[in-house]
Design a protein around this ligand. Structure first.
Ligand SMILES: [Fe+2]
Length: 456
């Protein structure tokens, strides 16, 4: 971390425009609604992001302190909006690494990447530490190691199996093997399985996937660089394509007797993936399908070098060991989401942030939300307009159909530097928003969020 100085134009992109942090925690009640909030949309929409406090410029976009933004909806009303930093040890000025003892405090993290609920607990997550539990009012309750069952950092992207309610997650370490550890928590939140995944080098593994039968790990060549880490500056990962790119499958059906399940690896073409869309099994379980956002490379030569991301599909044939790779769409996208009731099962639809047609980039450009129909191969686009940018689109179901529901997102308007909360009809993306709520302060571009419904 360093202190901000110099004119705003000299600051890194993540400290300018709507990437810049806000410095006030606010609360507003009974927010006016333009349009009509669905009366069945009862719960809380929470979203996390990096938001360093005043006077601090992180060395990377991903290293800002976590701030949660939340809006409470009930019976067609917007009861409140509030934003709160996650009260971590790092926010309080403590260090996570002790250079004298080489101890790394896993209870100290940024908690800035995702927020989700499992087994009645709401967790703010960032992949370098334990999750931090927060209350339904966004107060920080503290870090959790799952009653001692977790001994590594925890990914910001756990996946909850739609059929079992289990939360599958992993953690990756950087200095000693095992570099990746896989965990399964049952539907009650108790960790019932953990095992190492045999990756030979320490890589940044941001996300993974589950199908009904498999957990799916991506060992991709964004490799930990100890020299950069010890030098004390910058993102300590580098693009090293000679490290290889491969995908590992762990058979979930073999989990349960306390013995680690072997990982079966498949080589793929060089790439990087931040975000999985989904995975599922086909052909009587003999083929595993994986959809994800694929970058041709990542941080090649610079920690701010982001290659565009496109929707790709991989197919892994368990009978022959063959892999096929296919680009499904030519629009740049980010932050893909599905109906979470399809996690691990074949999905027809997904939603993601994408560029406006006249602004073919996502960072610092206006964006809309694309809905992919993976059965027909078509897509539809919701355009929020010139200068307006969407955050991750979160799907909330209203009925049994896969697109019966709503898309929720925070939208930023560059022209007056304000933010709104927007509800779209997930089945009719071209339609005007069902409801728009002006927020009392700007919501910076952040990362991931969830709908925390009142129904359970
Ligand atoms: Fe992510």
């Amino acid at each position: 971390m360093s202190t901000i100085d110099g004119p705003a134009t000299k600051r890194p992109f993540y400290m300018r425009g709507n990437y810049a942090p806000v410095q006030k925690e606010v609360m507003a009640v009974d927010l006016p609604v333009v349009g009509e909030l669905p009366r069945d949309l009862n719960g809380r929409f929470f979203r996390n992001g990096a938001n360093p406090p005043d006077g601090v410029t992180p060395s990377h976009w991903f290293d800002g302190d976590g701030m949660l933004h939340g809006i409470r909806l009930r019976d067609g009303n917007a009861d409140w909006y509030r934003n709160r930093w996650v009260r971590t040890k790092l926010l309080a000025g403590e260090q996570r690494f002790d250079p004298d003892t080489f101890d790394f405090d896993l209870s100290a993290g940024r908690a800035n990447t995702h927020v989700l609920r499992h087994a009645g607990r709401i967790l703010a997550l960032e992949e370098g530490s334990f999750p931090h539990e927060v209350s339904p009012d966004l107060d920080t309750l503290g870090p959790t190691d799952f009653e001692g069952a977790v001994t590594t950092p925890v990914t910001a992207h756990p996946h909850v199996c739609a059929e079992t309610g289990e939360m599958h997650f992993f953690g990756y370490g950087l200095v000693s093997e095992p570099y990746v550890t896989y965990y399964v928590a049952d539907s009650g939140g108790q960790v019932i399985h953990s095992q190492p995944i045999g990756t030979p080098t320490p890589v940044m593994m941001h996300d993974f996937a589950i199908s009904r039968n498999h957990a799916i790990f991506m060992d991709l060549p964004v490799v930990f660089d100890l020299d950069v880490a010890l030098g004390g500056g910058g993102m300590p990962f580098c693009w090293r394509p000679d490290n290889g790119s491969r995908v590992g499958l762990v058979d979930r059906r073999k989990i349960g007797n306390g013995v680690p399940v072997e990982t079966r690896w498949f080589d793929i073409d060089s790439c990087y993936v931040f975000h999985i869309v989904n995975a599922w099994d086909e052909e009587n379980g003999n083929v595993v399908v994986l959809d994800a956002g694929r970058h041709r490379s990542m941080w090649d030569g610079s920690p701010d070098a982001f290659e565009p991301c496109y929707l790709w599909r991989w197919r892994f044939d368990l009978r022959t060991g063959a892999v096929s790779e296919e680009q499904l769409d030519d629009m740049e996208h980010a932050f893909p989401r599905i109906d979470d009731r399809r996690t691990g099962l074949a999905n027809r639809y997904s939603w993601a942030v994408t560029s406006r047609p006249d602004e073919p980039q996502i960072i610092d450009a206006a964006t809309g939300v694309v809905k992919y129909d993976l059965t027909s191969g078509s897509s539809t686009f919701h355009d929020f307009g010139v200068g307006r940018s969407a955050s991750e689109p979160v799907f909330v179901p209203s009925d049994a159909g896969e697109d019966d529901g709503w898309i929720l997102s925070f939208v930023y308007d560059k022209t007056d530097q304000t933010s709104q909360f927007v509800v779209l009809d997930a089945a009719d993306m071209a339609a005007a928003p069902l409801a728009t709520i002006a927020l009392p302060q700007r919501v910076p571009h952040g990362f991931h969020g969830s709908w925390i419904g009142d129904e359970y």
